[in-house]
Design a protein around this ligand. Structure first.
Ligand SMILES: *Cc1c(COP(=O)(O)O)cnc(C)c1O
Length: 233
């Protein structure tokens, strides 16, 4: 079994190669290590191998890790990428640096109101239901502009861009399509005057396609930490 330092090096090399292959500037894609369901020891190994940004999905598990690692590793940046529940917004606004999964104005307002004043604004992405799947989280494509304009006025959160989890697809060309659409949406918002710089898209199985279509953050779990055990929350 390879170490986390080895798998991290491998993933970083894959990102660099994809940047080169798809004419993206070097280091224009940030690696978010998705550490949900992974023990603190795995996160510490990744930190020691130079990783500073981690994505977590489950609030209670995440806060435990954040509090345990805060003193020794103050440089770590925590990104919430799980399903956002209204009764958890205060905890999230208190402990995280980023939220990728915002899809309604009510929760945006709560995050802004609940963000502690001593902290910089919470960085957020709007999650878009890019493949228009019923039951899936994320705002519909048609509703993105209005939500973005409303969020932009809130004082303690800073809208950075868009995030999506497309329906799984096996081949590269099919994987590219929803990512291309998300990129076009970001450009439309920029053309309307919003200063956005983030496309959070791409996971272990579709990272290359996401980078080809302009991802600025890829969210990678399995390729770094190996398979996860099933969640039993
Ligand atoms: C779990 C998860 C990931 C990581 O997925 P892998 O396939 O393990 O790379 C990325 N994004 C979100 C939102 C996730 O929930």
């Amino acid at each position: 079994m390879s170490s986390i330092a080895d798998t991290l090096t491998h993933v970083r090399q894959q990102i660099l190669m994809a940047e080169r292959q798809f004419n993206r500037p070097a280091n224009s894609v940030q690696l978010l290590a998705v550490s949900k369901m992974q023990p603190k020891t795995a996160i510490i190994n990744a930190i020691k191998a130079g990783q500073t940004c981690f994505g977590e999905n489950y609030v209670q598990e995440a806060v435990e890790k954040i509090q345990a690692l805060r003193v020794d590793y103050p440089q770590v940046e925590w990104h919430f990428i799980g399903a956002l529940q209204t009764n958890k917004t205060r905890v999230i606004a208190t402990h995280f640096h980023w939220v990728h999964t915002l899809d309604n104005l009510k929760q945006a307002k709560r995050l802004s109101e609940q963000r502690p004043q001593i902290l910089p604004p919470l960085q957020v992405c709007i999650q878009v239901n890019i493949s228009a799947e019923p039951q899936k989280a994320g705002v519909s494509v048609a509703d993105v502009p209005a939500l973005a304009l409303a969020i932009q006025t809130l004082p303690n959160i800073k809208l950075r861009g868009l995030m999506a989890i497309p329906a799984p697809a096996a081949d590269f060309t099919t994987q590219c399509q929803p990512f291309h659409l998300l990129n076009e949406m970001l450009q439309q918002l920029q053309a309307q005057g919003l200063s956005l710089d983030t496309l959070s898209m791409g996971m272990t199985d579709d990272m290359q396609a996401a980078i080809a279509q302009g991802a600025t953050i890829v969210r990678i779990g399995t390729a770094i930490f190996g398979a996860r055990s099933a969640k039993t929350e």
